[in-house]
Design a protein around this ligand. Structure first.
Ligand code: HEM
Ligand SMILES: [Cu+2]
Length: 550
């Protein structure tokens, strides 16, 4: 078990994550009923207020706090107890992130920031909302630098050694996050805050959106890489084997840094202000990310097969039966991975110019991110929650909790299959996303969206309700394992951090030479962004004043 002082940081991060999860999923439940015209909100509550809270609390807050909780635990376990400075800055980072979060949430709740989590200009929120977002980013930076400091101290003491794979992957994820945030910090500090407080009259909309998506795409990798860490490092341990290949794992993380940043224009394919050449270039770079993604998939199947064969599996697929299906820590992650197969394929569709025209801004997109971040990432985090909290609190993960864990992941799976399938199909039928008003005065085409067995808003509402039920079961498990379950005393009750071994000394040293990777990352960013961004600034159209549409 890691030192109590480090455990405390991790447990507070995870606690905040689950408070955000609770409120965020409640908003999700309201959304599915409002869109189905089954629920009318009181006049003081707006659909966009709820949708903003849902996006911010789940996509930004739940993820980030959970990820830092996981990183703190793993870094303390693999590199040793935090020194006083690392400890102090981890707490400062936590509190600054939390203050930013609370500020932004309060602005949403009092109706001053119904601008959705993408906060596109010219929608204009209260200046304090953007200050909250800025503090959130700064807080995560402080926490990141604390962990990077911990890593640098370790490397100084272990000259010439490869770092443990967990630490390497953490640092890769944080490097990605720090570079990605530069875009959002630039637009929030130099565009939104002066504009929202009235120091400037207008805003350059195109530039603000481009800087947002410079951040917005790597943001999804900031969610995904920690989930991949569980796939690379936790799953083999649960299967009783080593990491399939240490160098493959490191190389794939490095490639994710390179190819997840210079690609934001794939979210802006319908925008007229960016020329086709730059969109094309960024789409090509987007498709490069398929390489490390398939490397990851390969490595997972190799792990499954190795472990199955070790247990005596025969034939082409005999290993499948040998997987530890009765272990909820494994089954949860396996289902998460399975969802990522259609999720990743959908991503290729979205990034393709012509197909993007069909699905852009429809419910298809909502279906897509619920089977990428909403399940592969979220369910991996759920599966980790089952052992991470008991590990940190020293409590048991009792038999009844394990059963409930299965009920939770199975209900999430069923709910998500219903909701996301309906959303994908509704999107193809033309139903827009981000709107409460979905019947369009009973126009016949819109009415089609309300019948059909798996293709309607009704299916979406049934799926959403099952998902919410599942979320509440998870909250119950979290509360129990955090505060109420019996303490683990007997050795067989004590929950371990399941971390697989990897042959780190066999990996080539250049993989841990950050100068090379950060250098290439910036070179790619420069190639993809320097010219289009500077022309957006030089040939800026008249800016826009702010709009408050709610
Ligand atoms: C109880 C579970 C959930 C339900 C019922 C639900 C439902 C929905 C619905 C219906 C929308 C689209 C609304 C619209 O476009 O009008 C939506 C949007 C969204 N959801 Fe969920 N969701 C759930 C869980 C999650 C989770 C776990 C995540 C991420 C970790 C997530 C992330 C998002 C994001 C980022 C949006 C986009 C918000 C926007 O358009 O600004 N959701 N959700
Ligand atoms: Cu993207």
């Amino acid at each position: 078990m890691i030192a109590a002082q480090d455990r405390k940081i991790a447990i507070w991060n995870i606690g905040v994550a689950y408070i955000a999860f609770l409120i965020g999923t409640l908003c999700g439940l309201l959304q599915v009923f409002i869109r189905n015209d089954a629920l009318q909100l009181p006049a003081w509550l707006d659909y966009y207020q709820i949708l903003t809270a849902h996006g911010v609390l789940l996509a930004l807050i739940y993820t980030a706090f959970f990820i830092f909780g996981f990183f703190v635990t793993g870094m303390s376990k693999t590199l040793g107890t935090f020194g006083p400075k690392v400890w102090l800055f981890s707490w400062i980072g936590f509190w600054v992130t939390l203050i930013g979060t609370v500020m932004a949430t309060v602005m949403i709740v009092i109706g001053e920031a119904s601008v959705l989590y993408t906060f596109y200009a010219p929608l204009k929120a209260s200046g304090w909302y953007y200050v909250g977002l800025a503090l959130y980013v700064v807080g995560t930076w402080i926490s990141s630098f604390a962990l990077i400091g911990h890593y640098l101290v370790w490397r100084k003491k272990h000259k010439g050694e490869m770092s443990p794979l967990f630490a390497f992957m953490t640092i890769a994820t944080l490097v990605l996050w720090l570079i990605a945030c530069l875009g959002v910090v630039a637009t929030v500090l130099f565009q939104y805050i002066p504009w929202a407080f009235g120091w400037t009259d207008t805003i350059n909309v195109e530039l603000s959106r481009s800087l947002f998506w410079y951040f917005g795409h790597p943001l999804v990798y900031f969610w995904l890489l920690p989930a991949y860490m569980a796939w690379y490092l936790i799953v083999p341990k649960l299967l009783g084997v080593k990491v399939f290949s240490d160098s493959l794992a490191r190389l794939s993380f490095v490639l994710f840094i390179l190819f997840s940043i210079p690609v934001g224009f794939h979210h802006q394919l319908t925008e007229p202000g960016i020329s086709n050449f730059w969109k094309f270039l960024q789409v090509v770079l987007t498709f490069m990310v398929i390489v490390p993604s398939l490397m990851t998939a390969f490595s997972m199947f190799a792990t499954f097969e190795t472990s199955g064969r070790k247990k005596g599996a025969k034939g082409l697929f005999g290993w499948f039966k040998m997987l530890p299906w009765k272990d909820v820590r494994f089954t949860s992650i396996f289902i998460a991975m399975a969802f990522f197969i259609p999720g990743g394929a959908g991503g290729i569709i979205n990034a393709s110019f012509q197909l993007n025209e069909v699905v852009h801004n429809t419910l298809w997109i909502v279906g897509h991110f619920h089977i990428t971040v909403g399940t592969p990432v979220a369910m991996t985090f759920m599966g980790m929650t089952f052992w991470l909290i008991p590990y940190l609190t020293g409590r048991q993960f009792t038999k009844s909790m394990q059963t409930l864990g299965f009920v939770q992941i199975i209900t999430w799976t069923i709910g998500m299959l219903l909701m996301s399938t309906a959303q994908h199909i509704l999107g193809l039928l033309g139903a827009p996303r981000r709107t409460a008003y979905s019947a369009y005065n009973n126009h016949p085409s819109a009415l089609e969206w309300f019948d059909g067995i798996v293709t309607s808003h009704v299916t979406m509402a049934i799926g959403g309700s099952i998902l919410f039920l599942s979320a509440m079961i998870l909250i119950y498990i979290v509360v129990m394992t955090m505060f109420l379950s019996p303490k683990a005393v007997k050795p067989e009750d004590i929950i371990e951090f399941p971390l697989a071994e990897s042959d780190r000394e066999s990996s080539p040293k250049f993989l841990e030479n950050w100068k090379i990777w950060i250098g290439i990352a910036f070179a790619l960013i420069f190639i993809a962004y320097a010219i289009p961004l500077s022309s957006m600034i030089q040939h800026a159209p008249p800016g826009s004043e702010g709009f408050k549409t709610w």
